[in-house]
Design a protein around this ligand. Structure first.
Ligand code: GRF
Length: 196
């Protein structure tokens, strides 16, 4: 059975949708662990509740970026990771990890990439930018993580409408609901494309 490791920095509602899909047998894998960059986040509570091992690895605890990168890599290797899932992880993944897990790191982004991706486009910034642009649709994208931020190959997207006088919070909620459908679906399919 393949091992998934999830990296999260916040609420972890996407992490929850993956837990639910694994438990329902819709994703044929084991969640080997959760890595967070800080303590006290809701994603850690979700992991504990489902008996998923956790590791908090915070860059500021390490004197160099290389030390931090190696610690992340060691934890991933210890868990015999097949696929890394970024679920609201608000840190750039070290190049060393991207190179060691080439084509084996997925991310979800709350826009129709390549629109509203890259530096500064996270959280409500994305939805505010969509509303300011006058776009009539938005959505979410799952892509493979490459060394260029938010630029790796897109695996799938779901679109949502943007209404006249839409509020950013309402758009965010509409997109997040679709993320919970899209991410488990893409993970399940992607896992079948590589052998252990
Ligand atoms: C989601 O909007 C996702 O697209 C982005 O970070 C957010 C994470 O939300 N990468 P949650 O922690 O899964 O609720």
């Amino acid at each position: 059975m393949k091992n998934i490791v999830v990296l999260a920095s916040g609420s972890g509602s996407n992490f929850q949708s993956i837990i639910d899909s694994v438990e329902a047998g819709k994703i044929n894998a084991r969640i080997a662990g959760l890595i967070s960059n800080k303590p006290g986040i809701k994603a850690l509570d979700r992991a504990t509740k489902h008996n998923i091992p956790c590791s908090i690895i915070s860059e500021k605890e390490y004197s160099t970026h290389l030390e931090f990168s190696k610690t992340l890599l060691r934890q991933l290797d210890n868990w015999d990771t097949d696929l890394i899932i970024l679920a609201g992880y608000l840190r750039k993944i070290p190049t060393l990890v991207i190179q060691n897990y080439k084509n084996r790191i997925l991310n979800i982004h709350p826009s129709l990439l390549p629109k509203y991706g890259g530096k500064g486009f996270y959280g409500m910034n994305v939805h505010n930018a969509v509303l300011e642009s006058g776009d009539t649709e938005s959505g979410c994208s799952v892509h493979i993580v490459s060394e260029e931020y938010d630029k790796g190959p897109i695996l799938d997207q779901i679109k949502v409408p943007v209404y006249k006088n839409d509020a950013p919070e309402k758009l965010a909620k509409r997109v997040l609901e679709q993320e919970h459908i899209l991410y488990p679906r893409v993970i399940s399919k992607y896992l079948t494309t590589f052998s252990k």
